[in-house]
Design a protein around this ligand. Structure first.
Ligand code: ADP
Ligand code: XUL
Length: 548
């Protein structure tokens, strides 16, 4: 197996900074053998991140991340979305994603010679949609390196802001779509999910109903993933089956647009959507904009982007059935590659395309990291104090239980704006910080276990990723509640890594299993084993379900 080492701030793996532009052929001549760097991008809810892997040496050569709230405060989106939306609306500014991409590429170019990158792919937060007028097709093809992407593309937006996955404003539209095609069972059989508020189809329908003129002016609707892929290639990119399945518009048998669902959603929709393609499709080559501005080589192939969760499936080395992943990002998600398509009888789970072929199952919990943060911030704690709370409280929390939903939850579908607490009066009155913290996290994972039983997976190991996965106290609760070992991988950014691996597999002829063996190794000494016996949480699960 190839040697594997991680980037450190002063790593000798960093190559000298150079802005000269080389073709792939001149790189081969210069270095004797072909340099094989693959870049993976991850435009998620709170940040845009990337990593570059050296495929030949099995190393990560550069990593960068731009936090939307901290680094682009002019967009007034401290957690990546515009706060205080009405009627369940949660939107972000797509120009913020473009500015972040530019800051990110500048940072990468400072770390590493980007002319060595010979394959690119990426991923976006799922379900979010970008609405573009007919100028889009011209502007995307004529980007000038003299101006920024956001300056040039602002005029192509037919809707200033983009609804994202946290939006729960489309209850009526979900019902209308389901009624039009014969009920939620039909929507689920066709699209892999019942009509879901955050999914793109219901979001498009709401836009059409609320602003028919702007809908009419919309010539193209992209997902976050296909929008950013389009920007990179300077052309109109397809949507992949992984992210496309999160729209309630793609038929999961045909892996193409479903005419009946399109018609039930909004008029003339087919003409406004790009093509649907499998994950191993090359969208095009990198636009001259990035070659001039950031020193990339000419003709670098860009593989179509996918959703953050399907990309993470690849980056966790879980693209073949058998591995179960829990991602603790802004949302908590639970997913696995699927040998057979099984639907969630409760209608909360989803079937998405697997970028490495076949499909994957996924369950999303809206109240993930931001709920943990809300409890932490209530007591002005930092993450160390938050973690310490678990040492100060017993497993099972003396029966103190929390349904930790600060905003409407999708798994299960509950319309709460504040948590439900049941236990001692100090706990219920929010004066017992440590008990509240344990109750929040135990509540989250009792709920996760209950809602994911339908997948019938009894894992010996759960693979953990996402921003909160580094927290051992949270990982321990997961091990105890699921009665399984919990492991993290050595490379932490599984979404970006998955994108880089997809690019290497599709454009550099690398076998995905070899890439997994090289890049998806467990972090040394990171395995966390259950310390509770199974009975501790069996009763708590029953009590939790009753509380909901
Ligand atoms: P996304 O990809 O959805 O933008 P990330 O995977 O980057 O999100 O995760 C960001 C979240 O990670 C933050 O909202 C924060 O709550 C959480 N986080 C960061 N550090 C810790 C920690 N030490 N313990 C628990 N959670 C953490
Ligand atoms: C998945 C979902 C979220 C987003 C943001 O269905 O809504 O996980 O992809 O990460």
């Amino acid at each position: 197996m190839l040697s594997f080492s991680l980037l450190t701030p002063h790593s000798s793996l960093l190559t000298p900074h150079s802005h000269s532009v080389h073709s792939t052929a001149s790189l081969r001549a210069q270095h004797g053998s072909l340099i094989m760097f693959a870049l993976g991008l991850d435009s998620s809810t709170q940040s845009c991140s990337a990593l570059i892997i050296d495929v030949a040496n099995g190393t990560v050569v550069a990593e960068a991340s731009v936090n939307f709230g901290a680094q682009l405060p002019q967009y007034n989106a401290p957690s990546g979305f515009i706060p205080d939306g009405e009627n369940g609306e949660v939107h972000s500014d797509p120009l913020m994603w473009l500015d972040a991409l530019e800051l990110l590429l500048k940072d990468l170019a400072d770390q590493c010679d980007l002319s060595k990158v010979s394959a690119i792919s990426g991923a976006g937060q799922q379900h979010g949609s970008v609405y573009l007028n007919d100028q889009w097709f011209y502007e995307i093809d004529s980007l000038s390196a003299e101006d920024t992407l956001s300056e040039q593309l602002a005029k192509t937006l037919s809707r200033k802001t983009s609804p994202i996955w946290m939006d729960s404003s489309t209850g009526d539209e979900c019902r209308e779509i389901a009624n039009a095609v014969g009920g939620d069972n039909v929507v689920c059989a066709k699209s892999g999910s019942i009509a879901i508020e955050r999914f793109t189809g219901p979001q498009i329908r709401r836009f059409y109903k609320n602003d028919a003129a702007a809908y009419e002016q919309t010539a193209r609707i992209h997902l976050v993933s296909s929008f950013l892929c389009s920007v990179l290639i300077g052309g109109d990119a397809p949507i992949d089956t992984g992210d496309g399945a999160g729209m309630n518009l793609v038929n999961i048998d045909a892996w193409d647009w479903d005419n009946e669902l399109l018609e039930a959603t909004a008029p003339d929709l087919l003409n406004k959507l790009p093509k649907v393609e499998q994950g191993n499709t090359t969208a095009g080559t990198l636009s001259g904009y990035f070659i001039k501005k950031y020193g990339f080589a000419a003709d670098v192939p860009v593989t179509i982007f996918t959703g953050d969760n399907p990309s993470s499936l690849v980056g966790m080395g879980a693209s073949q059935p058998g591995k179960l992943v829990v991602s603790l990002g802004t949302s908590d998600t639970f997913f696995a590659a699927m040998p057979n398509v099984v639907a969630d009888p409760a209608g909360c789970g989803h079937v998405f395309g697997n970028p490495s072929a076949g499909s994957m199952s996924l369950q999303c919990f809206v109240n993930g990291s931001l709920a943990r943060e809300a409890v932490k911030d209530k007591f002005n704690y930092d993450w160390d104090q938050f973690s310490q709370a678990f040492a100060n409280t017993p497993l099972g929390n003396d029966g103190n239980l929390m349904v930790p939903f600060f905003r409407p939850e999708t798994s299960p579908r509950v319309d709460l704006e504040a948590p439900i607490l049941k236990g001692s009066s100090a706990f219920e009155n929010w004066v017992d910080a440590d008990t509240a913290i344990r109750a929040c996290v135990e509540g989250q994972f009792l709920n996760m276990k209950l809602r994911t039983n339908w997948m019938q997976l009894q894992p010996e190991v759960i693979y953990l990723t996402g921003g909160a996965s580094k927290n051992n106290a949270i990982a321990q609760v997961i091990a105890d509640i699921f009665q399984a070992k919990v492991q993290r991988l050595a490379v932490s950014g599984s979404v970006g890594l998955g994108a880089a691996m997809r690019a290497a597999s599709n454009s550099l002829g690398k076998n995905i299993t070899d890439l997994e063996n090289t890049f998806c190794q467990p972090e040394t000494n990171s395995t966390i084993a259950p310390q509770a016996d199974a009975t501790v949480y069996a009763n708590a699960a029953i009590a939790f379900d009753a509380l909901i």
